[in-house]
Design a protein around this ligand. Structure first.
Ligand SMILES: [Fe+2]
Ligand SMILES: [Fe+2]
Length: 246
């Protein structure tokens, strides 16, 4: 597997591996600095691809924090392998993730962050936003890197293929096509639309990110506030209560 590494914002590296079987990218985001933070561990079976990508930027053993949005193989599957590779690293997530998921699974305890709390990662400040079921999972949350204003947005804006690392193009259009296509296939219903979905997305837009770091597909830079509002509209139309009534 061919892994590409690109700096998409100052000190924020996108580590991207196309999975030939799935036809989608699995992207991790490495926030370099004196307390390096890795967003998503990648799957266990892709560990060597992810590890070699990280190693092109810094010594994998120097990782200090391992974050993810929700407990799922591509987000956190290789957590224990990373904890073995990086002796100083701590998992960091919300209360539900730590107590319901990692308590039994992780080989070291997690640092728990509350909703809106800032993790002081040395030269970077990362804010945790608890976002249950956005994109999915009871434990879901998203990280916002404050100095470069990068929203690490997990599966939001998902689009398939092997597109460019960073785009200013219409990333919402790509996500909309993927949502409609996904609704016809066996992996439909990946994102529940709850009474809190719209407000959660509006809260993300109000952060006014400069860059959206997308886990599957191109990252986006430009008017991210507008892009999130447009995505909220797409999700309402495709998955909201009216769509459900059909
Ligand atoms: Fe996911
Ligand atoms: Fe994912």
């Amino acid at each position: 597997m061919d892994t590409k590494v690109d700096e998409i914002a100052r000190g924020v590296y996108r580590i991207s591996t196309l999975h030939p079987g799935f036809g989608i990218q699995f992207n991790q985001f490495l926030i370099a600095g004196d307390e390096p933070f890795l967003m998503h561990t990648g799957m266990r079976r892709m560990l060597e691809a992810t590890r070699s990508g990280v190693a092109r930027v810094l010594d994998p053993a120097s990782l200090r924090w391992i974050g993810f949005s929700h407990f799922e193989p591509d987000e956190s599957g290789a957590l224990n392998e990373w904890l073995a590779l990086a002796p100083r690293a701590e998992p960091v997530c919300g209360f539900v993730g730590a107590n319901v998921m990692l308590e039994d699974y992780a080989s070291r305890p997690a640092r728990i962050v509350g909703d809106g709390e800032v993790l002081d990662a040395g030269s970077h400040r990362l804010r945790w936003l608890s976002t249950p079921h956005v994109p999915h999972g009871w434990d879901a949350g998203l990280w916002f890197e404050e100095s470069e204003r990068v929203l690490l947005c997990s599966d939001l804006f998902f689009h398939p293929g092997d597109p460019e690392p960073l785009t200013t193009d219409d990333v919402v259009g790509r996500a909309r096509d993927a949502i409609h296509e996904g609704a016809q296939g066996p992996l439909a219903n990946d994102m529940p639309y709850t009474p809190h979905t719209d407000a959660t997305l509006r809260r993300l837009a109000d952060l006014e990110p400069r860059t959206l770091a997308v886990m599957h597909g191109s990252s986006f830079t430009g008017d991210c506030r507008r892009a999130i509002h447009e995505l909220a509209r797409v999700l309402l139309d495709a998955l909201g209560p009216r769509a459900a009534r059909g």
